[in-house]
Design a protein around this ligand. Structure first.
Ligand SMILES: NC(=O)c1ccc[n+]([C@@H]2O[C@H](COP(=O)([O-])OP(=O)(O)OC[C@H]3O[C@@H](n4cnc5c(N)ncnc54)[C@H](O)[C@@H]3O)[C@@H](O)[C@H]2O)c1
Length: 289
């Protein structure tokens, strides 16, 4: 259906999806990925609202699946006086991770969070003090923490690329039966080796006794909140595309240009090219008319 003179401006998540990449290249359309449009300080402004929603939802989903009737080990995330709360490990301290953290702190859980960005860990440490343990991401430490965990939230991202597999199948086997993993990063292929995408109609499956929640479009369940949040962020770019036309809008705004993934049959995303072993060109050279 897509044609050469059309603009596709939406979430694409092409790195783990060779079929869609090929189809978009064959269409000849100009395809701009929301998730790689940038803003000052390396922020991803069109990913952020959905990441805020998904990060907050991840703790709701985990709490619900810890309940016995939903297959979990039958523990209350917050605990009660005299009984410990759930232990939560959050992998990634970006937007998803920090929003999950905020909810988990609110629920009274026992939390640790991993990242490779020391500055992010420093900010969390300053804000939450010893309420939250922060760790530099390292596979031995991750293994140690997830063996004790009731919940693990996967929230890592290498922009535009497939998510790094931080948790192997062997590590999943060492987790407690009835524990829950929520792989929010599933839209980039997931950061657990055992993850595969699920839908809201059937959100979970079990591997070696561990419940896996891997819904690729978590914000869809709270569509009203998500639509308002996303439209607030996309509107200025849509306005620029409509008022200036796609070539001019991309030429003058390098943040929008960073979202360009496919243009007239040519792949312009380096991480997608590397993930799929495809040739790619820089957006700048293609936009010279
Ligand atoms: N499933 C859904 O419905 C849904 C919704 C929104 C976002 N997402 C996905 O969630 C993921 C996270 O998004 P985000 O907005 O939080 O991204 P972000 O860029 O804000 O944060 C990602 C974090 O991962 C960290 N990271 C990278 N490699 C790491 C490693 N090896 N160990 C530990 N940390 C590492 C980065 O330093 C960064 O802090 C993305 O894949 C995004 O597409 C999914």
């Amino acid at each position: 259906m897509l044609r050469e003179d059309q603009i596709l401006f939406t979430y694409l998540h092409l790195a783990p999806d060779p079929e869609q990449t090929k189809a978009l290249m064959q269409s000849g359309a100009t395809c701009i990925a929301y998730e790689t449009v940038t803003a000052l300080n390396g922020v991803l402004p069109l990913l952020a609202p959905m990441s805020e929603v998904a990060g907050r939802m991840s703790i709701q989903a985990a709490a619900s699946h810890l309940e016995k009737t939903n297959g979990g080990m039958g523990i209350l995330m917050a605990g009660v006086p005299g009984v410990s709360p759930a232990k939560i490990v959050i992998l990634g301290a970006g937007v998803v991770g920090r929003n999950a953290l905020q909810m988990a702190v609110g629920m009274g859980a026992d939390i640790c969070i991993f990242d490779r960005d020391i500055e992010r860990l420093r900010q969390i440490d300053m804000f939450y003090g010893n309420r939250v343990r922060t760790f530099y991401s390292d596979s031995l430490l991750i293994e140690q923490e997830i063996c004790e965990a009731d919940v693990v939230i996967g929230a890592v991202l290498l922009p535009g690329a497939a998510a790094p597999k931080l948790v192997s199948h062997d590590m999943i086997k060492k987790m407690k039966p009835g524990s829950v993993v929520v792989d929010v990063a599933i839209d980039q292929g997931g950061c657990f080796e055992t993850s595969k995408p699920t839908t809201h109609a059937d959100p979970t499956y079990v591997v070696d006794g561990v419940i896996h929640y891997c819904v690729a479009n978590m914000p869809g369940a709270v569509a009203r909140t998500s639509t308002f949040a996303l439209t607030n962020a996309t509107y200025p770019f849509v306005e620029a595309l409509a008022n200036r036309g796609v070539m001019k809008a991309l030429s003058i705004d390098h943040h929008l240009r960073n979202g360009l993934s496919v243009h007239k049959g040519v792949l312009t995303s380096e991480p997608v090219g590397k993930a799929q072993g495809l040739n790619f060109a820089s957006a700048e050279e293609l936009l010279v008319e």
